[in-house]
Ligand binder design. Structure first.
Ligand code: OAD
Length: 262
């Protein structure tokens, strides 16, 4: 039995608005690479300025497109892990206990679709999506050339826009680009209004996403970190639970399920 899980569960059972911020560690146990701190992570292997910046795109858009297509292939081949499923169930279980009065919302920095495939609805994507390419000329949503992207291609020519013939780019936020305004505003509003926040699988290195738990902490809210390693925002956490997402979140769900109705 984990004391951290019991403490977090008791806070969640008293909360009406819960926000869960997730990062790359959330999808690690689905086999999706994280960005930092281990030899298989993206930024240990590749230069982010080459693959995730407007400059990199201008220098070699075929290389950039191929890399995002290989990441899309990885996500298509992956399945949501027990942590994604537990988050989706938490929303159902806590909502049902209070006749729909408890709201659990997910804000993610991840560009995969594993929360949605696990059953979470209305997920806010702060860094865009691998599945939402757009035209660099007319800014309309774009199409992929294939539903079975090549995982191993080094260079792939991006498709042309069906409306204007412009070049299609990945629908993700790159270094040096602003976060989507609407999504970030919605995330800030959810944090302002929440009673409790869980921060799962993020290093806290990338702003402005990293400021969301700091703001919640400064507003006096309960903020719990679920991560096998400490993030850089440790001092802003009410509680740190050193456990992986796929191990910890199902335990937490179990405690919430066991609790008798209020
Ligand atoms: P990072 O790669 O920076 O951090 C991953 C975090 O997940 C670390 O704190 C790990 O300890 C933790 N972790 C690893 N395995 C885990 C597991 N099984 N369960 C729980 N936690 C685990 O990823 P992010 O913080 O998401 O931006 O990175 C933020 C942004 O930096 C990304 O969205 C991306 C990147 O550059 C863009 O692409 C715009």
């Amino acid at each position: 039995m984990s004391t951290s899980a019991l403490t977090i569960a008791s806070v969640l059972l008293k909360s009406r608005r819960i926000v869960i911020l997730t990062g790359a560690g959330m999808s690690a146990e689905s086999g999706i690479a994280t960005f930092r701190f281990n030899p298989d992570s993206h930024w240990s292997r590749f230069d982010p300025m080459e693959l995730a910046s407007p400059e990199g795109w201008r220098a070699d858009h075929r290389q950039v497109w191929a890399w995002y297509e290989s990441r899309r292939a990885d996500v298509l081949a992956a399945t949501p892990n027990a942590g994604h499923l537990a988050i989706a169930s938490l929303a159902d279980v806590l909502g049902e206990r209070t006749g729909g009065m408890t709201q659990v919302r997910v804000i993610t920095q991840n560009v995969d679709n594993l929360h949605e495939r696990a059953g979470s609805t209305e997920v806010i994507h702060l860094h865009g999506s691998l599945f939402a390419p757009w035209c660099t000329a007319c800014h309309r949503p774009g199409q992929f050339s294939s539903n079975a992207p090549d995982r191993n291609a080094i260079k792939v020519e991006p498709p042309r826009c069906a409306h204007c013939g412009g070049l299609t780019r990945p629908g993700v936020v790159w270094f040096g680009e602003a976060m989507p305004k609407r999504e970030f505003r919605m995330a800030e509003e959810l944090v302002d209004a929440c009673d409790a926040m869980l921060v799962v699988g993020t290093s806290g290195m990338v702003y402005p996403a990293a400021e969301l738990p700091i703001n919640a902490h400064n507003m006096g809210k309960f903020v719990a970190e679920i991560n096998p390693e400490p993030s850089v925002n440790l001092e802003n956490m009410s509680l740190r639970w050193p456990v992986t997402a796929a191990e910890g979140l199902p335990l937490l769900l179990g405690h919430v399920r066991e609790a008798r109705p209020n």
